[in-house]
Design a protein around this ligand. Sequence first.
Ligand code: WT7
Length: 633
Amino acid sequence: MSSFKISSFEEYQQVYKKSVDDPEGFWADIAGTFRWQQKWDKVLDWNFTEPNVKWFTGGKLNITENCLDRHLEKNGNTVAYIWEPNNPNDQTIKYTYRELYEKVCRFANVLKKHGARKGDRVCIYMPMIPELAIAVLACARIGAIHSVVFGGFSAHSIADRIQDAQASLVITADGGVRGNKEIPLKSVMDDALELCPTVKKVIVYTKIKTPAYMQRGRDYWWDEELATVGADCPAEPMDSEDTLFVLYTSGSTGKPKGVLHTCGGYMVFAQYTFENVFQYSQPEIFFCTADIGWITGHSYIVYGPLLTGATSVMFEGIPTWPDPGRFWDIVQKHRVTTLYTAPTAIRSLMASGLKHVEKKDLSSLTKLGSVGEPINEEAWHWFHDHIGKGNCPIVDTWWQTETGGIMISPIAGITPTKPGYATLPLPGIQPCLIDEKGQEIEGNGVSGNLCIKFPWPGMIRTTYGDHERCRKTYFSTYKNMYFTGDGCLRDDDGYYRITGRVDDVINVSGHRIGTAEVENAINMHTGVVESAVVGYPHDIKGQGIYAYVITEKTPSDANLMKQDILMTVSRIIGPIAKPDKIQFVSGLPKTRSGKIMRRILRKVAEGDLANVGDTSTLLDPAIVDEIKAGVIA
Ligand code: WT7
């Protein structure tokens, strides 16, 4: 389809150079391969001070025409999704591009019937079923802004997100299944909706056929509504810079922020990065194991693959059910060629032993991908040797919710790889490393804070409803730079290795969690006075959550109190944010100005008791000995 697929390392180097010398020409050529209702007048307008970044202004398009309509004539019968159900004995479902197109158009008409219009916010809270992708695309079809909330979040978290976005419509399901657990999505949503007066309509897909509370005049069944609308739905004309979606993610403060992406730039970037990094061509079968509730699913289950006309596997379940061989069964069953997953999944499957891998036919695999957190060398080699059988390149893809798509990564089979390294920036991406003084560090064999010094089409435009927060978080630390929040080293070959977050964000099983968010949740528990949360190295999860908690009085049953705290965090945020370790303390190491010295808490949590460093500036240095004595190994 597009002719911008790089085919050799020399070509990568040339293209990269061109993309830096003439970024506008570079991206305009790529953008020219899409279907525009009207061509853009200006490729790029930008400054990183406000910030204000605009790509392809004056252009009009609808991303779903590029995901669906334009494939129909020649590739309407190509399979877009192979849906693999949670239960391996249930039926696989395949949708061709034509079928997907028809389903999206009809459901888009349901949304319209219920009052959704261009610019309205729609919250989607669904399990990993094809209807989730259909709901996302139906929103895009009519220009409504989707805000997908991961199915593992609590009612409280959903309510926060709906309120922040002022969503007027919700799309959900009666429930979902993951492994042997049923998740009562509608009932969780009902709890959230108690706090969300902006929501006027709720469309409910019947998935697990369980009784559900359906409120008259507010709640409607998906299937029944489909029967009441027509099949045709013209694509809403969108300006390049109209909002496509908002996706909430954690930062250093307690409140998740709505990362906002726009139509034109995101489209170009998601497609270009997908096709190039994975070197995708038909009839390859691409399998990204993420959930659509995260950016990885947005860009590499929904938009990137569909824009490219790819065939993808979408999986409802979890890697460990019915047994830890499930991914390999899926690879074998659907002849997957490219498997894109997270280090935490690799480590957990590695821990369950080779017996789940050995008898599986993985010969269809030609490329492997990793995303979400640094991949340790042991996991990299295991993935390479036992899954890729030594002959599949691994693309270690570094990016973020805010970047919209992959930024630093090998191009599969083209960029020479090195375990633990995301290697080199993709064309159009200009990374740099910054020292403590805010100066760019030139040359190789150096490390610093990772920034990006030039805009790219898929970048965040604002944080929903709070532009100042966007400026402060990403554009104020260093002048004229987008600051990623990650530390990074560039080795002697100029290869990048991401070393982890340098802010108060921790990465648990590839999920971003703000320590302040967890602290707020713990502090909601009656009897808790104060808490401090830090990350520590965890064999499977990458990082675990370690909480230091001050209680009003010594708990009579410390174990029960810990269980209560875990329950509280689950209710406030969701199970993914539950601390792995809780230590009750009588005080926290604070400076005279009242600031918690997290460095000390991190050292203790890591078990590195000998190196807590200088404690002389603390208000009460003795507290450190107490904390060290009570450390939970
Ligand atoms: C943070 C972004 C990007 C989609 C999934 C996560 C970490 C991501 C890598 C990688 C080392 C990585 C960074 C980043 N991260 N990919 N290949 N190597 N670290 O998206 O939830 O927005 O989290 O994940 O720390 O800042 P996210």
